[in-house]
Write a protein that binds this ligand. Structure first.
Ligand code: DX5
Ligand code: ZN
Length: 218
């Protein structure tokens, strides 16, 4: 079963509960929440307070993607706010083993994210500990960017590595996913598809969600 995780980064924040209802009706499996601090990435979004509010209005699991400096300081706050899956960037976290363990102690699933310029081999010592590998297919910071094509090879390399080593982490892809490229991303080996612009910046959010969901499960 392949999963669709709409990213609310591109949603209309003046009516977030209605926007979440629309993706639920379209068959969203998770809600992807992009946390940015204006330092790790050149953009600013929201924090645990918003996660806590979202948690109250949906039963969908919350994917919390931390694009922030020193994420260790906020893991507990995000877990308490209702995060189900917490993702940290390999490029930011020095003691990745400690951070992944801390996320698990907080009863969340743990993901590690790699930017487009970061090779997967840097995860070799931690890979058996993680629930998800999140491949950035754009440089993080903004919605609506174009998918970087070399990500396809990276995704299939990761999928091959997983198979060869009998591992069972899930592969997630984030950035520039749309109805034109989602089938090739699936063929490369992706399990969880994040999509912001191609869902929320369309005329019919529910129909766009349903269309992507159908493409990944056909
Ligand atoms: C980018 C974020 C993404 C973003 C994806 O830094 O991590 O989750 O919302 O948006 P689209 O699908 O518009 O590229
Ligand atoms: Zn994201």
């Amino acid at each position: 079963m392949k999963l669709l995780a709409p990213s609310i980064l591109s949603a209309n924040f003046t009516n977030l509960s209605q926007q979440i209802r629309l993706i639920e009706m379209g068959g969203a499996d998770l809600i992807h929440c992009d946390i940015m601090d204006g330092h790790f990435v050149p953009n600013l979004t929201f924090g645990p307070i918003v996660i806590q509010s979202i948690k109250k209005i949906t039963k969908l699991p919350l994917d919390v993607h931390l694009m922030i400096k020193n994420p260790d300081n906020l893991l507990e706050a995000f877990a308490q706010a209702g995060a189900n899956n917490i993702y940290v960037h390999q490029e930011e976290v020095v003691h990745l083993n400690r951070t992944i363990n801390k996320i698990k102690e907080l009863k969340c699933k743990a993901g590690v994210v790699i930017n487009p310029a970061t090779p997967f081999c840097l995860l070799s010592e931690i890979i058996e500990e993680v629930d998800f590998v999140l491949v950035m297919s754009v440089n993080p910071g903004f919605g609506g960017q174009s998918f970087i094509k070399s990500s396809l090879r990276k995704i299939s390399d990761i999928a091959n590595y997983r198979e060869k080593n009998g591992l069972n982490f899930l592969i997630e892809v984030d950035g520039g996913v749309n109805k034109e490229n989602i089938s090739s991303i699936k063929d490369a080996g992706c399990d969880i598809f994040v999509a912001g612009n191609s869902i929320f910046n369309t005329d019919n959010i529910t129909a766009s969600t349903a269309e992507l969901k159908q493409l990944i499960n056909k």
